[in-house]
Design a protein around this ligand. Structure first.
Ligand SMILES: [Ca+2]
Length: 337
């Protein structure tokens, strides 16, 4: 749908320029904004994801594909399980008619193996993916950032060893990209607990988090304080569950397999799990629904994200202005108009 609308806008703009350029009486039209100029260009983004462990990455990818403000230039696997994650990304993109998006495979390191969505890609051949598959995903990330003529938004929704590796390989990416990440726990912990937690994405690869979250790029994060509170239930969940939209139905198909693999098959018929990673995608396109604070954040060696005025300053979504409006946005985008 978005591709169709974009190509329509592009054609309209070309037509407008042609008229203005060849008809003297209409020259003033060239000063009028064309549809392309009046519609903000989508932001180039890269998604770095540990898809295939918790199911929220799959929901986040769905939200990203349904957000016309964002132009997905590359998906890269994070945190091991490289082949399994790459297959999930490729099959999801192909199933939802986004097979033009390149897939970058991260290094074949620990952790290895598969996860709760393995059944979905059991017979999928990565070689059959119509788009580009980069065997060196870290280099693909570096090249995509350095070759972009506009700053890239790097959405990080997993532990970040591969983003840290990209930064080590080409430190200048920090001048050409900004980070929007699902990271940490500032004042609230898991489940809205009043005690901060050592959040998984930080704790699973602490050194990488310290490197990425202190580099000189612009950083925005959703810690558990905001992302840890997002679930869909009741009528909202049913809209996604019953949607015929290819993205929504692919998300639900994966959620059902994942729930079965986690011995909670009934969950997928009634409510979502916590959709942490979707909030990072949201923050890449807008922040109006969150309370944003500018805070110095230091990553401790045991994986906590501590407020420290001498540490790297970043934009932190520390609370919701309206969590219900965010839930509505998520449903509207995933389930279609
Ligand atoms: Ca994740």
């Amino acid at each position: 749908m978005n591709d169709t609308r974009r190509s329509f806008l592009r054609k309209s703009a070309l037509l407008g320029a042609g008229i203005a350029g060849t008809t003297p009486g209409l020259l003033h039209l060239s000063a009028q904004p064309t549809p392309d100029e009046s519609t903000p260009r989508p932001t180039p983004v890269i998604l770095a994801t540990d898809i295939g462990d918790d199911i929220d990455d799959t929901w986040a990818l769905g939200l990203l594909l349904k957000s016309p403000e964002l132009d997905l230039k590359l998906v890269m696997t994070e945190y091991g399980k490289a082949q399994y994650r790459a297959k999930l990304l490729a099959k999801f993109l192909q199933t939802t008619a986004h097979a033009h998006v390149p897939v970058g495979i991260g290094p074949d390191v620990e952790p290895k193996g598969e996860g709760g969505q393995a059944a979905w890609v059991k017979d999928y051949d990565l070689g059959s993916y119509p788009g580009k598959v980069h065997s060196d995903g870290v280099q693909a990330l570096v090249d995509t950032v350095m070759q972009s003529n506009r700053p890239v938004t790097l959405i990080c929704i997993g532990p970040m060893p591969n983003v840290a590796a990209a930064l080590a390989r080409e430190p200048r990416i920090a001048q050409h990209a900004r980070i929007v990440g699902m990271d940490g726990s500032v004042r609230l912990g898991y489940g809205g607990s009043k005690t901060a937690s050592a959040e998984w994405n930080v704790k699973a690869a602490v050194k990488a988090a310290q490197q990425v979250l202190s580099a000189p790029w612009d950083i925005t994060i959703t810690p558990l304080d905001t992302c840890g509170l997002v679930t869909l239930e009741g009528a909202r969940y049913r809209r996604v569950l019953e949607s015929a939209d290819p993205v929504a139905s692919t998300v639900i198909q994966n959620y059902r397999l994942w729930s079965r693999a986690n011995n909670t098959p009934g969950d997928a018929e009634h409510h979502s799990s916590v959709l942490f990673d979707t909030v990072a995608v949201y923050l890449a396109l807008g922040q109006d629904l969150c309370n944003m604070e500018r805070l110095g954040i230091r990553v401790s060696d045991d994986g906590y994200t501590l407020i420290d005025e001498h540490a790297k300053q970043m934009n932190v979504a520390t609370g919701w202005k309206s969590l219900d409006r965010y839930r509505d946005l998520l449903v509207q985008r995933l389930a279609g108009a």
